[in-house]
Write a protein that binds this ligand. Structure first.
Ligand code: SF4
Ligand code: FES
Length: 246
């Protein structure tokens, strides 16, 4: 499969970036999108040119690092799929593919396709944890939790912190990410104890980091590779209102 790639190139935060055109040939349909970029980079290095900088780590859909907007969609055209799990069989021979970084004020560009997503870490540091000792894995079974609550918490815990919800949202809102973290802990006995302080601290940090507000576009849910539901944003709002009246 031969492809024409339009890739955002930008040497650093202060440079003007632009889309540059690259041709790749002989791509196997079984290769992943990142493997296709590896082929491009090997060719660029052989030609003495600067390879394209992009983030990745696990390449298994669990770390949330592979942040790229492909043909206008965070994580590309296939629903509930991270870039690293996107296969080239989703494209056709001769396709033109546009590859850009996440774009949001809270995610300053570092280089090419890499942005600084540490604003999400700051939100977690503000309260996305349980501060008491809850024991090791075997101890979890000594504190039974009903199946509906366990399922609800697990659905929220699927968030991998990739930031696609922010990149997809016209307001660059991180409400889906924050709501998943708040909801996951708010329904569990270990997390309920600090629920009031948690929702206040995390929403304050959300604002401080420069993310926009949610205005119900649902683009976050559509962009999310883990299918995180906007029902968690409703839960976040309920937790916030409860915290205000306590
Ligand atoms: S809610 Fe979805 S899109 Fe947003 S950070 Fe979590 S996994 Fe990524
Ligand atoms: S590289 Fe880890 S989720 Fe894609």
């Amino acid at each position: 499969m031969d492809l024409t790639l339009h890739i955002w190139r930008q040497k650093g935060p202060k440079d003007n970036g632009k889309l540059e055109i690259y041709n790749v040939t002989g791509i196997d349909t079984d290769q992943s999108f990142l493997e296709m970029l590896d082929v491009l980079n090997e060719n660029l290095i052989k030609d003495g040119k600067e390879p394209v900088a992009f983030d990745h780590d696990c390449r298994e859909g669990i770390c949330g690092m592979c942040s790229q907007v492909i043909n206008g969609r965070p994580h590309g055209p296939h629903e509930e799929t991270t870039v690293c799990q996107l296969h080239m069989r989703r494209f056709k021979d001769g396709d033109e593919i546009f590859i850009e970084p996440w774009r949001a004020r809270a995610f300053p560009l570092v280089k090419d396709l890499i942005v600084d997503r540490s604003a999400l870490d700051s939100i977690i540091q503000a309260g996305g944890y349980v501060s008491c000792r809850t024991g090791g894995t075997p101890d979890a079974n000594t504190h039974p939790i009903g199946k509906p609550i366990a399922d609800y918490a697990m659905d929220a815990a699927e968030c991998i912190g990739c930031g696609a919800c922010v990149a997809g949202c016209p307001n660059s809102s991180a409400m889906l990410f924050t709501s998943a973290k708040v909801a996951q802990l708010a329904v569990q006995p270990q997390g309920k104890v600090e629920a009031v302080q948690r929702v206040k601290s995390m929403t304050a940090e959300l604002k401080a980091q420069g993310f926009g507000n949610c205005t119900n576009h649902y683009e976050c849910q559509a962009s999310c590779p883990k299918g995180i539901d906007v029902k968690f944003i409703a839960k976040l709002n309920r937790e916030y209102i409860k915290a205000l009246v306590k």
